[in-house]
Design a protein around this ligand. Structure first.
Ligand code: GLA
Length: 732
């Protein structure tokens, strides 16, 4: 049993165990749910670590009477509230019918269920009945009928824990929720650094690590999507933790909209961490009997550094978040028309790409933006999903037939959540766009976001995609989303419910994607939002891959992909070989290096293969063969960072090791060469110390422990941006 509950007259002790971790809490003599422990496996009741100092200006619970050492402001709390004596950041806040804001949650009951809970309408970790357990703890406000259910999903073998919260109004008067976190984690001891991912368009998920000082710090999104700017993931690492040592906690929100992550270090160096819905512009009236469920957060802990933590997330996302049948399969190698032609193509261009693709071993051609309405630039036609037959030289079905005749598959781009001002759809239904009545909505890329919270709009948008897919044999869809939400207003919601729009929008996107994957179970779906603005586990519940970034430069991608892989498995990262000088940064890198870097993702091409230099073109069949040779290993192996260009500014090196440790692939990229210097020494990771290995094609035998402790030398290649793949195979 992963969950144990011990009840005495005084208290109820909850202990959750995974293979290497323990999580513990206690409902004490006052019914306050205290957090006792989350970390490495421990035995017994951890209440002995609770400290009860008499601290000035930290008030006491009414029932504690003269016990001035009992304060909500000093104790570690499992789900902190506001207004009743804890002055730290609250996890939940609500306004009652009388205008007051206090919540005093006390323990009521618990329930243990087999399997992992699911959340209606929201993506969440899934597991078989025998792989997981669920603990529910019910708390209730002392003065009102507001009830809070804390849910814990436990996947013991994976060392993963999920948390989500349902808030229910059991009273007769309305309550307005103004803040709702998925979890609260109080760590009374330790010196922590937090690592999170900031960025911008074409430069997503830069990793930043900073010590937590006193006060509150936060990051999050107010853009309606999880955003390029901040990813809904955070790692709390013990001061000095490295790839291979030190305690670290991960928190990852399964959500694709506005989120907020906050940390507070208090007067006693205690740390509180919260992650949940962004409170700004969030207000959710709960009528009598209504329930609101906060999306879930996936927690994990490693006592052995960052690599192990990353691997735990990779496994969890691959096996328990992504549901697509393609998640454990090699994806088709595709050529996408975007960087090859942008809007400047005809049906013949697509067929020419297909013809060339077939001769080079590429499996699929994807027609990107520009095939519908009168869209020859990004100023018009979103919403008018009628095929531009003049541009394509025939119907979509005819074009697809021509592509199939070349022996390649066909995929298509679509952006169903949007409408251009210059579109028939907007002219017919201006109120279908998200905007505040009486104000001009701000434009971005000349487009508005459709108000998908309205059923008729959602149905229209869904049918736009579905009818295209029903009309012909389309095996792949790139679902894009190229602006974020602002001017928040809906013609479909009453004035007092406008604060629900952001969240309802995300629920609507999930509903549409659920319909899509249900109606088209064989479709390979790739999510995208101006590159990687919605690279989050919520979207991965529907698609096995997400376009990682609009920056396809190999050197930039080293950084983006490395930081992304802190949490997300390589199998989820859309990565292509593109043209040079690179269209985003103007850098020129060797074709071979571009291939090696794209190998760490789903692999494909994004350039005009009919026009590239002959020597590059000739390399493509070898690259495709390389992808097929290594993809099983890359997709499912254990990933290790060996050297980071972000840290050393010269070179990058990462490794993927097969589960049975019989082979390992090392990718080495020398970003900047140095004159008159020694070779690089690389020490491998994750091998079997007892096994012997050879570099494929060579005879020298290395013991696993030797490769891991002593390593190998890689001589400096000549020039910048040079790369090498080293494939180690077991020598029996
Ligand atoms: C976004 C995507 C690109 C491309 C364009 C098309 O920016 O990230 O890959 O599809 O839209 O407009």
């Amino acid at each position: 049993m992963a969950i144990q509950v011990v009840t005495t007259e005084q208290s109820t002790l909850f202990t959750i165990r995974t293979k290497h971790t323990t999580y513990q809490m206690k409902a004490d003599e006052y019914g306050v749910l205290l957090h006792l422990w989350y970390g490495a496996s421990v035995e017994g009741d951890m209440s002995y670590l609770l400290d009860y100092p008499d601290v000035g200006f930290s008030g006491n619970l009414y029932e504690a009477e003269n016990r001035r050492t009992y304060s909500l402001n000093t104790l570690p709390l499992e789900y902190a509230t506001e207004g009743v004596g804890d002055f730290r950041i609250p996890a939940v806040a609500a306004t009652h019918a009388d205008g007051s804001n206090a919540l005093d949650l006390r323990y009521q009951s618990y329930n243990i269920l087999k399997g992992k809970y699911a959340i209606a309408g929201l993506p969440a970790v899934y597991a078989d009945e025998d792989e997981a357990e669920t603990l529910e703890i019910v708390l209730k406000d002392t003065a009102t009928d507001l009830q809070v259910t804390l849910r814990y999903g436990v996947l013991p073998e994976l060392d993963m824990l999920t948390r989500c919260v349902s808030i229910q109004n059991l009273g007769t008067t309305p309550i307005t929720l103004t803040k709702a976190a998925s979890f609260c984690l109080d760590l009374p001891y330790g010196k922590w650094e937090w690592m999170h991912f900031h960025g911008r368009h074409a430069m997503e998920r830069n990793l930043e690590r900073t010590p937590l000082g006193h006060g509150t710090i936060c990051f999050g999104s107010r853009r309606g999507t999880s955003s390029h700017q901040y990813n809904p993931a955070v790692i709390l690492a013990e001061h000095g933790a490295t790839e291979d040592s030190g305690a670290c906690y991960g928190m990852l929100m399964v959500y694709s909209g506005n989120f907020l992550c906050e940390a507070e270090k208090d007067q006693f160096e205690q740390t509180r961490l919260l992650m949940g819905l962004n409170e700004e512009l969030f207000s959710y009236p709960l009528a009598a009997g209504e329930t609101f469920t906060v999306p879930e957060v996936i927690l994990s802990y490693s006592a052995n550094g960052l690599s192990e933590l990353s691997q735990q997330y990779h496994k969890c996302i691959r096996d328990h978040v992504c549901r697509s049948k393609y998640v454990h399969e090699s994806r088709p190698v595709l050529i996408n028309s975007w960087e090859a032609a942008y809007f400047d193509f005809t049906g013949d261009t697509i067929v020419d790409l297909a013809k060339e693709a077939a001769s080079l071993g590429i499996d699929m051609v994807v027609m990107d933006d520009g095939w519908f309405g009168k869209r020859n630039d990004d100023n018009s036609s979103l919403g008018d999903w009628q095929v531009n037959e003049q541009k394509l030289g025939g119907s979509l079905a005819q074009l697809i037939e021509r592509v199939h005749e070349q022996g390649v598959k066909f995929g298509i781009w679509i952006e169903p959540e949007m409408v251009n001002e210059d579109s028939d759809l907007y002219r017919a239904h201006p109120d279908w766009a998200i905007q505040i009545p009486g104000r001009e909505g701000s434009l971005c890329r000349n487009q508005y976001v459709l108000d998908l919270t309205r059923k008729e709009v959602r149905d229209y948008a869904y049918e736009s995609v579905a009818s295209i897919l029903r009309s012909a044999n389309i095996e792949y869809v790139k679902w894009d989303m190229n602006r974020q939400l602002s001017d928040i207003g809906s013609y479909g919601l009453p004035a007092d419910r406008q604060g629900e729009l952001y969240h309802r929008y995300v629920l609507a996107v999930y509903e549409m994607q659920e319909r899509l994957v249900t109606e088209f179970p064989h479709l390979l779906l790739e999510n995208c939002s101006g590159g990687g603005a919605r690279f989050d586990p919520g979207m991965l519940y529907y698609s096995p891959q997400i376009w990682c970034s609009d920056d396809t430069d190999a050197v930039e991608r080293l950084k983006i992909q490395e930081s992304t892989a802190m949490i997300y498995p390589l199998s989820t990262m859309g990565a292509h070989v593109s043209d040079c000088p690179n269209h985003t940064v103007g850098r020129v890198t060797p074709f071979e290096t571009r291939g090696h870097v794209a190998l760490a993702g789903t692999f494909g091409y994004e350039l005009d293969i009919t026009k590239i230099p002959e020597e590059d073109r000739q390399m493509i069949p070898k690259q495709v063969a390389m992808y097929h040779k290594y993809n099983d290993l890359v997709r499912s192996g254990d990933y290790y960072r060996i050297a980071s260009y972000q840290e050393n500014h010269y070179f990058d090196c990462y490794e993927v090791v097969s589960k049975d440790k019989s082979e390992a692939l090392v990718t080495f990229v020398q970003v900047i060469n140095r004159p008159n210097y020694k070779s690089r020494r690389i020490t491998l990771k994750g091998l079997d110390p007892q096994k012997n290995y050879c570099l494929e094609g060579e005879d020298t035998v290395y013991a696993g422990d030797t490769l891991m402790y002593a390593g190998i030398l890689i001589q400096n290649p000549w020039g910048d941006f040079q790369s090498k793949l080293l494939h180690f195979v077991e020598k029996k």
